[in-house]
Write a protein that binds this ligand. Structure first.
Ligand SMILES: [Zn+2]
Ligand SMILES: [Zn+2]
Length: 284
């Protein structure tokens, strides 16, 4: 179809031209960064979406942040113009704004698209689309032609209704809030995969994200969650990880332990509060 995963020469490509980016055959990373201030630093994070293109149909995984809809729509139209199969499904990992905030606009813009996953409560906001909502349970898969998107165990989650997605062809895991971490805009990390962003301190940015956004990790034994992640990755034979907030991971063996190190470190730190508050306790 299109080019395979881009070689490291992506570093030479201007940031604005890096997306949509094919991170595995027929799996496209789309969306934009969101800048957030914390302790005097500007952290860039993604609220990404991914298009999984089958032979007959495409599925959008996540919708991006509401502010990103014009970018998401432009990236989608660019891919459809390049011959990617039409959008028939939308899978969102859970009911939080950075993940599903574009849901109404996607369903309106693509009238053939069906919303899939745990579809609790969406009918309350969008009763006009209730007939286009389809429940999925763990292990259920939706066929896209030559590949399928399966709902799998959501090991790291912040809502009870979360499911993770898994592409059966290229073995890409879509872990929603799992593998969440920011990147350094100043170092040109926007649009790079994790392994290309060599100056990124993965344990540090992953612990910061967990500290700010995954409050429950303070009260859980993260060793157990990391073991469960390893088990899921081994069971599914995951080759690529496509997180909503982090940079995509293409070397699972080398990169996953660095993110896990951050999760375990964050669990041991006192909570420092949400954005822009004075830190109660610093690790430095
Ligand atoms: Zn999230
Ligand atoms: Zn960025």
């Amino acid at each position: 179809m299109l080019d395979k995963v881009q070689p490291p020469s992506m570093l030479a490509v201007p940031v604005a031209e890096r997306m949509p980016r094919e991170i595995a055959s027929g799996v496209f990373w789309i969306g934009d960064c969101l800048a957030q201030r914390h302790k005097g630093k500007v952290y860039h994070g993604y609220n990404a979406a991914f298009l999984v293109a089958g032979d007959d149909a495409s599925m959008l995984v996540e919708t991006g942040h509401p502010k990103d809809f014009p970018v998401i729509e432009r990236h989608l139209n660019e891919l459809f113009a390049r011959g990617v199969a039409p959008l028939r499904y939308l899978f969102v990992t859970h009911q939080e704004t950075p993940h599903c905030g574009g849901l109404g606009r996607i369903l309106k813009t693509f009238p053939d698209a069906i919303l899939c996953g745990d579809v609790s409560d969406y009918h309350l906001a969008f009763p006009q689309y209730e007939h286009r909502m389809r429940w999925m349970k763990e292990g259920e898969a939706i066929d896209l032609g030559g590949r399928a998107l399966m709902a799998v165990e959501p090991v790291i989650r912040d809502l009870r209704t979360t499911w993770w997605g898994f592409d059966t062809k290229e073995r890409v895991l879509f872990p929603g809030d799992g593998f969440a971490y920011s990147h350094y805009h100043e170092d040109g990390h926007c649009g790079l995969i994790a392994e290309e962003a060599v100056s990124l301190d993965l344990p540090d940015v992953s612990s910061t994200f967990a500290d700010l956004a995954l409050f429950w990790t303070k009260f859980a034994d993260m060793n157990v969650y990391c073991d469960r992640l390893d088990h899921l990755i081994a069971r599914l034979g995951v080759k690529t990880i496509a997180p909503t907030h982090g940079l995509p991971i293409t070397d699972v063996k080398a990169t996953v332990p660095k993110v896990q190190e951050g999760l375990k470190a964050a669990a041991l730190m006192p909570e420092t509060g949400t954005n822009e508050k004075v830190a109660a306790a610093s690790t430095s």
